[in-house]
Ligand binder design. Structure first.
Ligand SMILES: Nc1ncnc2c1ncn2[C@@H]1O[C@H](COP(=O)(O)OP(=O)(O)OP(=O)(O)O)[C@@H](O)[C@H]1O
Ligand SMILES: [Mg+2]
Length: 251
């Protein structure tokens, strides 16, 4: 059953076409990866879906409902939440309060927000630090806090924008485990990452954006063997790219 659908999504910024006539559909419970070179339009596509920016053209459906033009808050209430590529927690709030903001902001009024915030912190392994502030966290822990804030909204669909970006191998593995746990709970996950091993290992399907266009969709194996994808992004060492960050993502 389709939970998230984009139809002919286009986003222009002045003369720049950041997303060009992109259509896709994601099933309930699916985990789908989104890859592509820097500037391909990945984060912009996530912003169109989550309501941060309105598409120039096209439609977004969540559970069959047209959510195009709704605010992030309205969309969050309907069960879709996005994490940010660059995390920015409230620095002067504790982790518990940060997660509680997520719980208040979104949420479909299922259960007590504070309890949801606590559960979310526990889920990402930060409950013992609930009363500290974000400045005491490592980069990996900040990414896990970002996930906790998203989970506290009680979402059905989660969009993760580079949650493994800039992390070392152990921290990346911890994030991968979290994403698996979230997917195992039946949630739908749509994730962007340049860390190919991580992304390919959790994704059932992978979408490839290049220069604003969706150039390929398929299983991780199909994508790794797709000539156009190798040329556009994975490079000649597609096999090796599995163990590494793809060329374009080295920033
Ligand atoms: N608010 C904006 N105003 C003008 N141009 C923008 C804006 N946001 C994005 N762009 C442009 O749209 C294109 C797509 O950017 P986007 O951030 O979506 O790429 P991305 O695939 O997420 O890249 P990265 O892998 O580096 O995060 C780029 O050319 C970018 O400069
Ligand atoms: Mg981006």
């Amino acid at each position: 059953m389709t939970v998230l659908e984009g139809e002919h999504l286009t986003k222009n910024f002045g003369g720049i076409v950041a997303v060009d006539d992109v259509s896709f559909s994601i099933d309930k419970g699916e985990t789908v990866g989104l890859i592509g070179p820097n500037g391909a339009g990945k984060s912009t596509l996530f912003r169109l879906i989550s309501g941060v920016q309105e598409p120039t053209e096209g439609t977004v459906y969540l559970d069959g409902e047209d959510i195009t033009g709704m605010t992030p808050h309205e969309i969050c209430h309907r069960g879709l939440v996005r994490t940010h590529q660059i995390v920015h927690p409230f620095e002067n709030l504790t982790l518990a309060e940060n997660a509680a903001v997520g719980a208040q902001f979104g949420g479909r009024n299922s259960g007590d927000p504070e309890e949801r915030a606590h559960e979310a912190l526990e889920f990402v392994g930060l409950d013992d630090m609930a009363h500290t502030t974000p400045d005491e966290l490592s980069v990996g822990a900040l990414k896990r806090l970002e996930i906790a804030r998203a989970l506290a909204t009680d979402p059905e669909v989660l969009l993760f924008d580079e949650v493994a970006g800039g992390l070392d191998t152990d921290e990346t593995e911890a994030i991968v485990e979290l994403i698996r746990d979230i997917a195992d709970r039946g949630k739908t996950v749509f994730l962007i990452d340049h860390v190919m091993r991580a992304l390919m290992s959790v994704s059932e399907r992978v979408f490839v954006l290049d220069n604003a266009n969706l150039i390929a969709t398929g299983t991780p194996e199909e994508i790794q063997n797709d000539r156009r994808v190798i040329e556009a992004y994975l490079g000649e060492n597609a096999g090796d790219a599995m163990g590494d960050t793809a060329d374009a993502g080295a920033d």
